[in-house]
Design a protein around this ligand. Structure first.
Ligand SMILES: [Zn+2]
Length: 380
């Protein structure tokens, strides 16, 4: 991973490269940022920069032997520890080394991974992963060896918040006084879940959410979206590369959500008796979809309600709608107003909650459409 492949964070990249160049490399650094911020991508790029045989002022060369090995996550002096677990009782005391193959595969696809997605790839049957005392012992063993290639040894620990107290205590001294030319790169999302004693021994590299403009550029490039579409999604993604990609990847589904939303709203605001039958049919149609679809549809409906309300209040700068959504909303916005926005929001939330509790979708959505008929009326 090169610094130039990290999405956004130009200033932080410059700072990291500068510090490494000036030999102001702290031996234990904490890359702290929310899921999707790119904290892992930055740590990998940093590791490659430190190990590169021929770095420029701002980035690794990308072509030397060290770069090639780091890129494949196969440099013998770049070690990884991450939360693991096993669904099979045959695998006793699971440690990261047993899962290096899926780890490499996942990271080589993209270092913007989530804890959830990682566990799903391990088929853990809803178990959480952890960094155990066996892992701590493995880390100590690895770092007691001499560097294979004679330069730095790096131990990258992803999600140190999953380390239990015993394991963390075993590592304290090593993190405080590592052997020469040894770096700890801790990549965390939630410092409150980490032991204070570990925190106090690391230098903080604070990774902020990714800037909207960097996200929009990435989306436009990867999903061939138009500029307005990319900007809208980038804004909604809240600084998360993972979220932005997830939303863009759903654009086929989004088309369905839009059509479904429009159908429901048209039937609701016309409020004629025969429409009630048609609404019931729509409710059944939604109830026939998968649960994930239903949840995402409700989130979509909630977003449309919010954007239409803002449009109705004519704070246009704050509205993030493009294309068909904007066309529809130009006419529909007056129906979402201070008299119903809170109730609407609540109703979508309630439906989401009931779905989460495994309620019967047919009842949930029938209930919802009947409420919509009452709620969707223009402001008098
Ligand atoms: Zn290089």
């Amino acid at each position: 991973m090169l610094f130039s492949e990290v999405i956004g964070h130009e200033e932080l990249r410059r700072k990291l490269a500068h510090a490494a160049r000036e030999n102001r490399v702290s031996h234990a650094q904490l890359f702290l940022g929310r899921e999707g911020s790119g904290n892992l991508a930055l740590a990998l790029a940093y590791a490659q920069y430190v190990m590169c045989e021929n770095p420029s002022d701002s980035d690794a060369c990308g072509v030397c032997t060290a770069c090639a090995k780091v890129r494949k996550l196969a440099h013998p002096d770049l070690h990884f520890a991450f939360p693991v677990n096993s669904s099979k009782s045959s695998e006793k005391n699971p440690v990261s080394d047993m899962f290096l193959a899926p780890w490499r595969e996942k990271l080589l696809q993209s270092p913007y991974i989530t804890e959830q997605a990682w566990y799903e790839s391990l088929n853990l049957d809803n178990k959480q992963g952890n960094i155990s005392t066996h892992e701590a012992e493995a880390i100590m063993r690895k770092l007691s060896l001499k560097a294979f290639e004679g330069n730095f040894k790096i131990m990258l620990i992803w999600l140190p918040e999953r380390m239990n107290a015993v394991a963390a205590n075993k590592l304290l001294k090593l993190i405080e006084e590592p052997p020469a030319q040894t770096l700890f790169l801790l990549v965390a999302e939630n410092s409150r879940q980490m032991l204070k004693t570990i925190l106090s021994r690391t230098q903080l590299v604070s990774v902020p959410p990714v800037h909207d403009s960097a996200l929009a550029a990435m989306l436009a490039r990867e999903f061939s979206l138009t500029q307005p579409e990319a900007r809208t999604l980038a804004h909604l993604a809240n600084g998360s590369v993972v979220e932005a990609r997830r939303m863009a990847g759903q654009s086929d589904d989004k088309r369905e959500y839009f059509e479904q939303f429009v159908a429901l709203m048209r039937l609701s605001y016309a409020s004629k008796a025969e429409n009630i039958i048609l609404l019931m049919q729509q409710a059944e149609k939604i109830a026939g979809q998968g649960r994930e679809w239903q949840k995402n549809f409700l989130l979509y409906a909630q977003r449309m309600a919010r954007e239409n309300f803002i449009l109705n209040q004519q704070v246009n700068d704050a509205v993030y709608l493009a294309g068909e959504e904007a066309d529809f909303s130009a006419k529909f916005a007056p129906f979402i107003n201070p008299n119903n926005i809170f109730r609407l929001y609540e109703e979508f939330n309630l439906a989401l909650q009931h779905l989460g509790q495994n309620g019967n979708p047919k009842i949930i959505f029938t209930d919802l459409v009947l409420k919509l008929v009452k709620l969707i009326v223009p402001l008098k």
